[in-house]
Design a protein around this ligand. Structure first.
Ligand code: NDP
Length: 479
């Protein structure tokens, strides 16, 4: 046995991750793929990597030094279960199986429990950064036991992206914590992308600028507080010209956004936890709305406002859009971190939120300067109940809110959909409100279902005899 780490699954992600591992000092990488031709191909294409190929799971296990450590990069779902079963058969207690695919965290919890029975460690690790990240340095979000982190930590640190001198990997928490955090990362990514798309749409409709001119706006924004990978690639996409038609590529791409499910998982999980991730939810729903051509076709004649969008000062308008984007982005991240906090409480994970924001500064899709501010906020107040109430964000929101409100008003007035901008603002105002109409909702619930209510002026639980003489009685707390 010569290899200190193995990779199972040699499609795009697995082969790039294997090459990344092999390129780091001290690593010798064993590789295995169900269909052997992929293994042969990778060995031939990259002799410099010094891969140790295996034709069977037995051979793969025999090629690894103990504790054996293998990263699985196969199709999420049944493929992952099949590979885990095969590895459990050939591994021994103390060995480590890592699932680097996009697993649902509840599957990871289930798998960790089952594998633990055999004495083998199972680690669900979220890996973000796509193909390029896998090859050059991803952001890695591992869960699993403390024992497995001892062996795995140095290996993952060797291949992770580096941001400001620190590797973008941390032991997030036990069992499913890593995949949970990766899921929320993707949810935030959906919100970020939708907010950028709304900003582009408003600027285009409001100023008549061409996509290439709007690319310049984004490139400019990328030099300020919005600096991020997604803003950077937005400029690239907007600048791209279609070779066939000579039009901006964005004008020939069908306007129906796809999704692979992690955004929906983030929202489903948030619903179960009772966490309002409205910005992320609107982003997921906006993709759904776009992808129903049959509904959009029959809805094209629905009446809209008489007045269109008239912008008198394009530069001021663009600055308003920038600030609306920034404020909404703060909300989306705040909601995402709120979900992680709630998940940690529910599943008993000890997650350092500041450390999570730091490992997202490099390698992953939402990488941005902005994450340093989040790390600072949690550094100052680790148990901050609402991220956006940190002083830095309060200042930024104070600076942005006038613009934010103008943009939401303008969009509504002109009939331009801005679901993520406007729902983020409603969330913000909901948090700020001294009294919410939830009091009325409680009254309604008590009326039709005797669900009871609490009073502002004395302890206890109360019910009004709505169908009787409407006097109030003290009631059992039925929640
Ligand atoms: P795919 O998701 O396309 O999966 C293909 C690989 O899975 C092949 O190696 C295939 O083997 C193997 N496989 C499928 N079923 C089985 C099985 N029953 N037993 C053994 N092997 C099986 O590969 P990707 O490289 O695109 O993605 C790998 C993982 O990484 C996925 O979980 C995906 O969700 C995740 N991913 C993450 C990204 C990110 O940015 N973090 C981006 C893309 C993917 P064979 O060659 O024999 O068919």
């Amino acid at each position: 046995s010569v290899a200190n780490i193995g990779v199972v699954g040699l499609a795009v992600m697995g082969s790039n991750l294997a090459r990344n591992l092999a390129s780091r000092e001290g690593n010798t990488v064993a590789i295995f793929n169900r269909s052997h031709d992929k293994t042969d191909h990778l060995v031939q294409a990259h002799p410099e990597a010094g891969f140790v190929p295996a034709a069977t799971y037995e051979e793969f296990a025999a090629s690894l030094t103990k504790p054996r450590t293998a990263i699985i990069m196969v199709k999420a779902g049944a493929g992952t279960d099949a590979v885990i079963d095969a590895l459990v058969d050939v591994f021994e207690p103390g060995d480590i199986i890592v699932d680097g695919g996009n697993a649902l965290f509840t599957d990871t919890i289930r798998r960790e429990k089952a594998v633990r029975e055999t004495g083998i460690n199972f680690v669900g690790a979220g890996i973000s950064g796509g193909e390029e990240g896998a090859l050059l340095g991803p952001s890695i979000m591992p869960g699993g036991s403390d024992e497995s982190w001892v062996t795995l930590g140095p290996i993952l640190k060797s291949i992770a992206a580096v941001a400001e001198g620190e590797p973008c990997v941390t032991h997030v928490g036990h069992d499913g914590a890593g995949h949970f955090v990766k899921m929320v990362h993707n949810g935030i990514e959906y919100a970020d992308m939708q907010l950028i798309a709304e900003a582009y749409d408003l600027i285009r409709r409001g100023t008549g600028k061409t996509p290439a001119e709007i690319a310049d706006v984004f490139a400019e924004w990328n030099r300020g507080e919005l600096e991020s990978y997604l803003i950077e690639i937005t400029a690239e996409v907007l600048r791209q010209v279609d070779a066939e038609t000579g039009k901006p590529l964005v004008d020939v791409i069908l306007d129906q956004a796809g999704a692979k499910g992690t955004g929906a998982w983030t929202v489903q999980t948030a619903l179960n936890l009772g966490v309002p991730v409205s910005g992320i939810a609107e982003a997921v729903f906006a993709r759904s709305l776009s992808s129903h051509p049959e509904q959009r076709e029959v809805s094209g004649d629905l009446p809209g406002p008489v007045e269109g969008l008239t912008v008198t000062d394009p530069d001021a308008f663009i600055e308003d859009v920038r600030l609306a984007l920034y404020a909404s982005k703060i909300v989306a991240y705040s909601q995402g971190f709120d979900e992680i906090r709630a998940g940690a409480a529910e599943y008993d994970w000890n997650i350092d939120l500041g450390a999570v924001s730091k490992i997202w500064r490099g390698g992953c899709i939402i990488r941005a300067q902005f994450l340093n501010r989040i790390a600072d906020a949690y550094g100052q107040t680790p148990d901050l109940p609402v991220l956006l109430t940190a002083p830095y964000f309060v200042e930024a929101l104070g600076r942005a809110q006038g613009s934010w409100r103008r943009i939401v008003q303008t969009a509504a007035g002109a009939g331009i959909p801005a679901p993520a901008f406007s729902s983020s603002l409603s969330y913000y105002d909901g948090l700020r409100a001294e009294r919410l109409p939830a009091a009325l909702v409680q009254g309604q619930r008590d009326f039709f279902g005797a669900h009871t209510y609490k009073r502002i002026d004395k302890p206890g639980t109360f019910h009004t005899l709505w169908s009787g003489d409407r006097t109030e009685i003290e009631a059992e707390d039925t929640h």
